[in-house]
Design a protein around this ligand. Structure first.
Ligand SMILES: Nc1nc2c(c(=O)[nH]1)N[C@@H](CN(C=O)c1ccc(C(=O)N[C@@H](CCC(=O)O)C(=O)O)cc1)CN2
Length: 285
């Protein structure tokens, strides 16, 4: 599994850094409220940090916290030299302005890549962001690791969120794909999707993308993490993607599974961004 391979590479790099200069990368995670999915993801991130030797610092705040209370902890981590990456688990409670909170993260520690300056640099030709958002970065890394040609290909991104669809489209364009973004206001999206060589779906609609929509041989990356009722599962639900996996496997040349596909890559990229931040801070190659 590519995510495991990347975690093994990071483990070796973290050890090398610790032995060479005595520095261990540190990741600070702020969780506001107690959404079950967010608690799971933060737990997965903490376990992943421990598995590769990265220090993790966690702050849990109640749902009714104020923006200023969250920003106070962000500022604390901004000024903590043992912290190289900071993330605020999304979504935040609806009474908060997410971007206002995210803007408080020092761009040098913005390992989620959500800071406007990082997104702006991602969008600009000739400029490079300090960090790329983890899920889109994981999608592109999967394409690279499986030697999928991107240059000159027709790519379709389904969904236009700030944290996945929009940066994914920018990354594909930076690799010279011809990119279309389909979204909730696109009429007959299947008429666009059927021409795609590469599809990244991040729309949050279970089993929306049918096998009949796909061009034979297309590569499909399914970002969707959609809980659907399942009496046979201990949790009472199971996770499915945006893509009809069984149908897609009959048409596409590759389809990422849910769970076990993009999710673990998201976390692997977070670890990678945190390590890169520590390396840059300490001028360590
Ligand atoms: N600050 C951030 N918040 C959120 C992000 C993000 O990148 N930064 N992305 C998503 C959630 N996400 C990371 O936080 C995330 C989602 C899923 C997984 C994952 O490992 N999924 C597993 C299944 C997990 C389960 O059993 O429920 C899989 O797909 O195999 C990791 C991270 C929104 N918030």
């Amino acid at each position: 599994m590519v995510a495991k391979q990347i975690r093994d590479e990071i483990t070796a790099e973290v050890l090398k850094m610790k032995e060479a200069i005595g520095v261990v990368p540190g990741l600070a995670v702020i969780l506001v409220g107690d959404r079950k999915d967010s608690v799971t993801y933060v737990r997965n991130k903490k376990k992943a940090c421990e598995s590769v030797g990265i220090n993790s610092f966690e702050v849990r705040l109640p749902e009714d916290s104020t923006e200023q209370e969250v920003i106070k902890f962000i500022s604390k981590f901004n000024n903590d030299p043992s912290v190289h990456g900071i993330l605020v688990q999304l979504p935040l409670p609806s009474h908060m302005d997410e971007q206002n909170v995210l803007n408080a993260v020092d761009i040098e520690k913005d390992v989620d890549g959500f800071h406007p300056l990082n997104i702006g640099r991602l969008a600009m030709r000739g400029r490079d962001p300090l960090f790329v958002p983890c899920t889109p970065k994981g999608c592109i890394e999967l394409l690279h690791r499986y030697a999928v040609e991107i240059k000159g290909k027709r790519a379709v991104v389904i969904g236009r969120s700030n944290i996945v669809g929009m940066p994914a489209a920018l990354l594909l364009q930076r690799e010279d794909a011809t990119v279309s973004i389909v979204h909730s206001r696109t009429k007959n999206p299947e008429e666009i999707i059927k021409h795609a060589d590469i599809i990244i779906s991040a729309v949050g609609q279970p089993n929306m993308v049918r096998g009949s929509w796909l061009k034979p041989g297309a590569v499909v990356i399914d970002v969707g993490i959609n809980p659907v009722e399942d009496a046979n599962s201990p949790r009472g639900y199971k996770l499915v993607g945006d893509v009809c996996y069984e149908e897609a496997c009959k048409v596409a040349s590759a389809v990422t599974p849910v769970p076990g596909g993009v999710g673990p890559m998201t976390i692997a990229m977070l670890l990678s961004n945190t390590l890169s931040s520590a390396k840059r801070t300490h001028n360590f190659q």
